[in-house]
Design a protein around this ligand. Structure first.
Ligand code: CO
Length: 296
């Protein structure tokens, strides 16, 4: 990794960390998810960085991929466990970080062991470490407190303008032996639950990304495609499109793009048995003898 790249990863990490911490303080009963998402996203742009993916705000049994809709009225309640997942990039070099807030006051143990599993996974990251070992550490830590890791969600390598590149970092022991290499940048994200330990897809996506560039005759679809290209194919929220296309025309245009396989959607992921899900995440750069956390 050259110096410029390293500097961008570090800068993105610092910004993501600060904005995650600020965003966390906004999560309170009665507040709209939409307001938190918009504040966090405009803060990222306000400090001169770019948004790597729409802010994910997930409540209770939702583990990932919920982004507030256009005019979303959903508010936090005093019983909620809320995760906030923030992605920032500088010139495409990404920092991906998440934390969980327990408004209910009943899930402290779940959050603590989840955070501990992240710290222990990070402590084991170095060149040559097997991803299965990292997964085993996460699994053992979470299970020792009587909870389960989400077995079908993983951490992931990031590369310039590529949020899910190459290597996956499992949250359980796995029967393969991929190795971590020096210079890799990894988003490590264990999820813990008091449910079954798997997620399933639900409902309609609010988050999409571009997978291919193809012609389409629909004007609004072309406008959306241009927006996606300007984002170098990083994920986007349907909500963002209302600034460019009439909200009434968005569903039709999105369907056109989906049916032509120009974009793909990421529906919210729910815990299979409606367990409460917590998530903590940091981005790390793998160095010669360990790793550097960019989002501390
Ligand atoms: Co994340």
């Amino acid at each position: 990794m050259d110096d410029k790249e390293l500097e961008c990863y570090r800068k993105a990490g610092k910004i993501a960390s600060k904005i995650r911490n600020e965003g966390k303080t906004l999560i309170k009963p009665g507040v709209k998810l939409l307001d938190v998402a918009e504040k966090v996203e405009s803060r990222i742009l306000g400090v001169g960085a770019k948004i790597a993916f729409p802010v994910n705000i997930c409540i209770n049994d939702v583990a990932a991929h919920y982004a507030p809709k256009i005019n979303d009225e959903l508010v936090f309640s005093s019983k909620d466990v809320v995760s906030l997942d923030v992605g920032v990039h500088i010139d495409g070099f990404i920092a991906d970080t998440a934390c969980t807030v327990d408004l209910s006051g009943e899930f402290g143990k779940l959050l603590d062991v989840n955070e501990k599993s992240l710290e222990e996974a990070i402590a084991a990251i170095k060149p040559g470490a097997s991803v299965s070992l990292i997964g085993e550490i996460v699994q053992d830590t979470i299970q020792s407190a009587g909870f389960k890791p989400i077995e079908n969600l993983t951490g992931h390598e990031v590369k310039q303008y590529d949020l899910h590149a190459g290597l996956s970092i499992p949250n359980i022991k796995v029967p393969y032996d991929w190795r971590i290499e020096e210079g890799m940048v990894l988003a490590i994200e264990p999820f813990a639950t008091d449910g079954y330990g798997r997620v399933v897809e639900s409902k309609k996506p609010e988050i999409y990304s571009m997978i291919d560039r193809k012609p389409t005759r629909m004007r609004e679809a072309r406008i959306i495609m241009k927006e996606m290209e300007d984002r170098e194919s990083l994920p986007f929220a349907e909500r963002w499109l209302s600034k460019k296309v009439s909200p009434l025309k968005i569903p039709l245009a999105v369907n056109e793009l989906l049916s032509k396989n120009i974009i793909t959607g990421y529906p919210p992921l729910h815990e299979m048995k409606k367990g409460i899900v917590s998530q903590f995440e940091h981005t790390v750069i793998v160095l010669e003898d360990g790793c550097e956390v960019t989002t501390l």
